[in-house]
Design a protein around this ligand. Sequence first.
Ligand code: NAD
Length: 466
Amino acid sequence: MADRIVALSGNPTARKFASQLGVSLPPVLKRDSEAWAEQPLAGKSVLVLGTTGAELTAPLATALARSGAEPVVDGDLAGFAEAGEAWGRPPKAAGDEEKVDVIVFDATGIRDIAGLKALHGAMQPRLKGLQKSGRVLVLSRPHKDVAGIEASATQRALDGFTRSLAKEVGRKGSTANLLVVKEGAEDRLEPVLRWFASPRSAFISGQPVVVSKTVRRAEDKARRPLDGKVVVVTGSARGIGAATAATMAREGAKVVVLDHPSADAQAAEVAAKIGGKPLLLDVTEPDAGEQIVAFAQEHFGGLDVVVHNAGVTRDKTLARMKEEHWDFVLGVNLAAILKMNEAIVPALGKNGRLVFLSSIGGIGGNVGQTNYAASKAGVIGIVDTMSARLARKGIAVNAVAPGFIETRMTAAIPVATREVARRLSNVSQGGLPQDVAETITFLASPGAHGLCGQVVRVCGGNLLGA
Ligand code: NAD
């Protein structure tokens, strides 16, 4: 069921009328569902704020210039000059009334509480210049990796700061996220930064992401990142899976559209639209993994990426939950994945990728979802263990945890709960399947080699979800 209030929000007359009545409508989020571009930040003005000792100036300068951004620097202008000139994007010194699309605050050099004051001093006067649907990115170091208790507390403080700021800027459709860059992974920052600075991350906010060199390097591609890759998306006849299959095909992937035999017609339609192949299969079949591998090899000659998306709910409070509700949800959402992976993992090609669908229900819990939340938290357990194990083989393992996304699954939620769930996000609305699809596509791309073992919430900062 479409969100009528968000639809109304897109109408200028309705917005004017609402504001005369003193009612605030949710912001209209800027999104981008076109194919990836060579310079995704072209025409975007990026304000760089930093403090003495900022450790990521060089990779940041290169990332911005190469992505086509126009850097506006409040601080060490010289650090941005060389890269800016090399890519025809000379940095500009920040003036007082700067209007910008993105603010990047490099906080990696802050080691004490006094230094944290720069968050207030440098950022506070600049926020009013952030355009609607803007992005704030704070760069930090993992707090456990810096020496000294105060330094650790200081770096950890950036997490709370960013989550709170995310709630404040959400009213204008803007987001704030924290990129935690491990020592030695500085050269993996660029693809992550340009993706999080782009409109594709419209529904991710208040999210820390760790950039590491856990997994083997892969050749980063700004355009058609999945060219030639063979991808299987389970549960892709509709909803998030269908959007993911289409988005991955848009970026060059050969897609197996897998769904339950009962979704025959829909799977065939999705596959025909994107030039993929439908595979009708119940993921709980004992040899589902073997069937997936054989099908991908037969039709496309290999297997590079699997998106474990098929999922079900059977919501009941535990007191009223029958054994079959428990077994059904745990069976599809967790046990089937474990079993399929036994056959899938050994068949994955070089720089393989596994992307799992968790849920914020699995992080924050939800009334009536002990079964579902257990299964989705279990998925995070799989990611934690497998990411460490498979990184050595060059396979990156990550999860997305959607919040409230407008699909058939959430259309089944009772109307009052659904309305509350939508408005609880920082941007006062639910996300779209496309928001999750873009995130999964990014995680599957070679340039996401800095992310491994991450659970990326696509929830607009919400903490309640299906
Ligand atoms: P959906 O119900 O619209 O689609 C799920 C798909 O999985 C369907 O096409 C269904 O036929 C397929 N499927 C179910 N059981 C299957 C089986 N045994 N074998 C093969 N296919 C099977 O759901 P959605 O909202 O698009 O959700 C997709 C994923 O995202 C799920 O894992 C869900 O738990 C997760 N998720 C969704 C939300 C949300 O708000 N929609 C929030 C958090 C997490």
